[in-house]
Design a protein around this ligand. Structure first.
Ligand code: IDC
Length: 366
């Protein structure tokens, strides 16, 4: 099992002294709805310098998060025992940078029970990494997030959040450089997971995604021989069957993303998921919501519970969308709550309360 070396901590301290800082429906109508919703929404937080808040203190490798491995369709610990990661995804880190702080991550771990955090870095939307966003600042946010997760014994997913760009080839050269840098930085961490293309869409085929993945994976592998890598699947991570029919071979520890929004995606996607698992595909639900695919609309608790039951039955890991107080159903905090840590139950939206109760039940037995 790899251990993060003290020297790496020191290098981080020395090199990062300025820690100052869908779509989604299977149907086109859902995507249109999501885009319409999007055009009406205004980000509530403006980019700011991240704080120093603990990020520069060197961190030991998490005691409970040993190196993961994929065995068959299962995510397993270093001893080969199946494990489930359950946690939360940030909203776009450029929209809501303030939630990336040590106190928040500590609370998500200790009180919510999360053992994984996903850092969603949009490539295109709103100060996107590839569309004029401040790349150095975005990378600092990612690195802060990795440190806070590490300090709190959690796994952490670095998510290259393609969305409006549709096809991961659009910004492939930026992706190659980004993952080269991240995997070099975290080569000695055992808790960092790379998600190389959030949600291919707009007709991008599995064949195209596979070509992209097989260019990115070797770049990561050159630095990190065994980190878990999550590959997105077509149609906003719904066509897992396409990946199951022709998975990447020749690499270990690859998983494939399925994303669901419970009020939109029901039996048919659950059935497709089981079919894909049965044909040998390791699946990671790196993003889900209990509302509709726009990230807004009504909550469907019945469908959400159906999903949870199935995910638990198959031992599939998942991250809930999203850590923000944006005026949309999927945001876990109410619009009335401006805190960026130290929350109480009254600060939670309905989605937030559901996720809080669910995580505490499964992760903490409460
Ligand atoms: C949504 C956010 C919303 C933001 C929009 C940008 O919730 O605030 O304005 O992105 O287009 C996904 C995507 C995820 C979406 C989410 C809800 O991965 O980025 O977030 N969703 O639409 N897939 C299915 C749903």
């Amino acid at each position: 099992m790899k251990r993060k070396l003290l020297t790496i901590s020191l290098i981080l301290i020395l090199c990062l002294p300025c820690f100052m800082g869908c779509g989604s429906g299977k149907e086109d109508s859902s995507e249109t709805e999501r885009q319409q919703t999007e055009s009406q929404q205004t980000p509530q937080a403006q980019p700011q310098e991240p704080t120093t808040d603990g990020a520069t203190s060197g961190t030991a490798a998490p005691s409970t998060s040993g190196a993961l491995q994929v065995i068959g369709t299962k995510l397993c610990d270093s001893n080969g025992n199946p494990v489930m990661l359950r946690g939360l995804s940030t909203h776009g880190i450029a929209w809501f940078p303030d939630y990336i702080n040590a106190t928040a991550f500590k609370q998500f771990h200790e009180e919510w029970g999360a053992n994984v955090m996903r850092l969603a870095m949009y490539t295109t939307e709103y100060n996107g990494y590839c569309t004029g966003g401040d790349q150095a600042w975005l990378k600092t946010l990612v690195k802060n997030g990795v440190e806070y997760a590490t300090q709190n014994d959690m796994y952490v997913i670095i998510d290259w959040h393609i969305l409006a760009d549709g096809n991961p080839h659009t910004y492939k050269s930026e992706a190659l450089a980004f993952f080269e840098e991240m995997s070099a930085t975290y080569a000695n961490y055992n808790n960092v997971i790379y998600e190389i293309c959030n949600e291919p869409n707009g007709g991008t085929s599995w064949a195209q995604i596979k070509v992209y993945a097989e260019e990115i994976i070797p770049v990561i592998r050159a630095n990190d021989k065994d980190a878990i890598i999550i590959v997105g699947t077509p149609n906003w991570c719904q066509y897992v069957k396409d990946a199951a029919a022709d998975p990447s071979t020749g690499y270990d520890n690859i998983m494939y993303a399925l994303h669901f929004y419970a009020a939109t995606h029901t039996d048919w996607l659950r059935n497709d998921m089981v079919t894909a698992i049965n044909s040998g595909l390791p699946i990671f639900v790196s993003e889900y919501g209990i509302c509709d695919a726009s990230g807004n609309g009504v909550i469907d608790e019945y469908q959400a519970n159906q999903w949870m039951e199935l995910l638990n039955q198959h031992g599939i890991s998942y991250c809930g969308w999203n850590i923000s107080n944006k005026g949309e159903t999927s945001a876990i905090f109410g619009t009335w709550c401006n805190k960026t840590s130290g929350w109480t139950v009254d600060d939670l939206s309905s989605s937030g309360k559901w996720q809080y109760d669910m995580l505490r039940k499964y992760q903490l037995g409460k």
